[in-house]
Design a protein around this ligand. Structure first.
Ligand SMILES: NC(=O)c1ccc[n+]([C@@H]2O[C@H](COP(=O)([O-])OP(=O)(O)OC[C@H]3O[C@@H](n4cnc5c(N)ncnc54)[C@H](O)[C@@H]3O)[C@@H](O)[C@H]2O)c1
Length: 440
C-alpha cells in the first residue's frame, strides 16, 4: 500500500519526536483518530511516566492517556530505531534562543540525524517546531537528500506550524492547520495526513511560507502586547487607568483588537520566535526594528514591576530592603503550570538582589527556581523556592503582594482586603475602592 492509501485508511504508523506541550496533546489527537502513534523522547523518566499512563501536561488527562494505551494506539519510547517502521514522522522538539538571543536549532538537527539513519522510501516527515523561514529546505532537506533518496519522489518533507495554546479549551481539531511542503506532492500528502484528524487544513505554496506564517502570528502578538505595556507605563505616570481605557476602546466595533498589560510576555513561543526571524533577516542585510523594540520593552517589564513595588512600599514608608514580598503566581499566564519565559524569575531575582525577602504562591506550580544563569543573581547560584500552601490567608504576613498571574478561582477582593499592599499587574482586583492596590 502506498503512503497515500495508508494515510487515507488511517493505517499510517505515526512517530512523534518530542513529548512535550505540543507533542503529547498531538499524540492523543492522532491516536484518537485511529492511527498508531509512537512517542519518542530523550527523557527516560518522561517515557516511563507516559507508558504508565501518567501525564505531566496539564491539558492531557491521565484517563485519556490510559485509554489510548489500553486501545494499543500509543506507546512511548526512547528507542529511535522504531522510526524505521513509521510512515509519518512529526518533529515537536524545543527551539530556544541561547543567552545571546541566537536561535538554537540543535534539537531539530539532533532529531533529523536520527531520522536520517532510518529514512526509507514512502515516509512523510513534518517539522512542527517553530523556527525561521528556511529551516526545512536549507537545513533538513540537504541532510535527508545526502543519500540516494529524493524528496517529493521517495520521501516527503513539509512544515506545519503548531498553534496549540496551553489552557485554551478550544478542541485541538478545530484549530486550522497551515501546511507547506518542499514540493506540491509533499504539501498534498501532509494536508491529507492532517485532514484525517483536523477539521481545517490550509495549504500554502512552500515550507518557507508556512514557517513565516507562524512567526507572523507570534510577532503580531509580541509587538501588540509590548505596545500596550508601554502605554500602560505611560498611563501609570499620567494617572489614567489603562484597564478602563482598553474596555472603552473595545466598544469600537471594528479596527481594534484588545491586548492587555502583563509583567512580561511569557511562554516558549511569543517572546522567542520573532527573534528567530530577526536573526535570519540579517542574512538579507535587514534589521527588524519593530521586533527588536518590542523585545526591549518586554525584557524591561519585570524591572518596571519591581520599580512599582518599590514605589508602593515607599509610600508606606518602607524600603524594599528587608521587606517581605509575596509573589502571586509564577506561571506565565492564568490557569496553566508553565513558568517558562514569564516575568517571575527576573522579578524574584531583582527583589532578592535589593534585599527583599521573597515567597511565592502558585496553585499550579509547587516548585520554582530562578536559574543559576540569571544575570541578576550575585553569586550565580540558583534560587529554589516552594509555593506556599495557601495564599489569601497568608497575605497579611507580607509587606506587599505582587500579582503576576491572575489564576482563576480566587477572591481577589478578599486578597486586597487582607494584604497591606497589592501590586496588581493583571487587573485581578476589579473594584477601584482599595487604596492599597497599585496598578501600572
Ligand atoms: N508550548 C507551546 O505552547 C507551543 C505552541 C506552539 C508551538 N510550540 C513550538 O513547539 C515546539 C515544542 O515546544 P514544546 O512547548 O512542546 O516543548 P517542550 O519542552 O514542552 O517539549 C519538548 C520535548 O522534546 C524532547 N526532546 C528534546 N530533544 C529531543 C530529541 N532530540 N529527540 C526526542 N525528544 C527530544 C524534550 O525532552 C521534551 O520532552 C517548539 O518549537 C515551540 O516553539 C510550542
Amino acid at each position: 500500500m502506498n503512503l497515500n492509501e495508508l494515510i487515507g485508511r488511517k493505517e499510517a504508523k505515526v512517530a512523534i519526536i518530542g513529548m512535550g506541550y505540543v507533542g503529547l496533546p498531538h499524540a492523543l489527537e492522532i491516536a484518537n483518530a485511529g492511527m498508531n502513534v509512537i512517542g519518542l523522547d530523550i527523557q527516560q523518566k518522561r517515557v516511563e511516566a507516559l507508558n504508565r499512563g501518567e501525564s505531566y501536561i496539564q491539558d492531557v488527562k491521565d484517563g485519556d492517556l490510559k485509554k489510548i494505551i489500553e486501545a494499543e494506539k500509543f506507546t512511548a519510547s526512547i528507542d529511535f530505531a522504531s522510526l524505521k517502521n513509521a510512515d509519518v514522522i512529526i518533529i515537536c522538539v524545543p527551539t530556544p534562543l541561547d543567552k545571546y538571543k541566537i536561535p538554537d536549532i540543535s534539537y531539530i538537527q539532533n532529531s533529523a540525524r536520527e531520522i536520517k539513519k532510518y529514512l526509507r522510501p514512502g515516509q512523510l516527515i513534518v517539522l512542527e517546531s517553530t523556527t525561521y523561514p528556511g529551516t526545512t529546505d536549507e537545513v533538513l532537506l540537504p541532510m535527508f537528500e545526502e543519500g540516494e533518496l529524493k524528496c517529493g519522489q521517495d520521501f516527503y518533507l513539509a512544515f506545519a506550524p503548531e498553534r496549540i495554546d496551553p489552557g485554551n479549551t478550544m478542541p485541538l481539531n478545530e484549530v486550522p492547520k497551515v501546511v507547506g511542503g518542499i514540493t506540491p506532492e509533499c504539501t498534498k500528502l501532509a494536508a491529507l495526513f492532517y485532514s484525517q484528524f483536523l477539521k481545517h487544513v490550509h495549504p500554502v505554496s512552500s515550507a518557507r511560507a508556512a514557517e513565516m506564517t507562524k512567526i507572523l502570528e507570534n510577532t503580531y502578538r509580541l509587538i501588540n502586547i509590548s505596545a500596550i505595556n508601554e502605554l500602560a507605563l505611560l498611563c501609570g505616570k499620567m494617572d489614567i487607568d489603562i484597564w478602563e481605557v482598553i474596555e472603552a476602546a473595545k466598544t469600537k466595533p471594528y479596527g481594534f483588537q484588545a491586548f492587555y498589560p502583563s509583567p512580561k510576555v511569557g511562554g516558549h513561543c511569543i517572546p522567542l520566535d520573532p527573534f528567530y526571524l530577526s536573526w535570519k533577516a540579517k542574512e538579507y542585510n535587514f534589521w527588524l526594528r519593530f521586533i527588536e523594540l518590542a523585545g526591549e520593552i518586554n525584557e524591561q517589564m519585570p524591572h518596571n514591576v519591581v520599580a512599582k513595588t518599590g514605589f508602593a512600599l515607599n509610600r508606606a514608608g518602607k524600603p524594599l530592603n528587608g521587606s517581605k514580598i509575596l509573589i502571586w503566581g509564577v506561571a506565565y499566564k492564568r490557569d496553566i503550570n508553565d513558568p517558562r519565559e514569564g516575568g517571575a524569575a527576573d522579578i524574584i531575582a531583582n527583589l532578592l538582589r535589593k534585599g527583599a525577602k521573597v515567597d511565592y504562591f502558585d496553585p499550579h506550580i509547587s516548585e520554582f527556581s530562578v536559574p543559576a544563569g540569571n544575570y541578576m543573581l550575585k553569586n550565580g547560584h540558583p534560587v529554589a523556592l516552594r509555593s506556599l500552601a495557601e495564599g489569601i490567608g497568608a497575605a497579611e504576613d507580607y509587606d506587599a503582594v505582587v500579582i503576576l498571574t491572575d489564576h482563576s478561582g480566587f477572591d481577589y477582593e478578599k486578597l486586597a482586603e487582607n494584604a497591606k499592599l497589592v501590586i496588581d499587574t493583571r487587573n485581578a482586583v476589579k473594584s477601584r475602592n482599595h487604596k492599597n492596590v497599585f496598578r501600572f
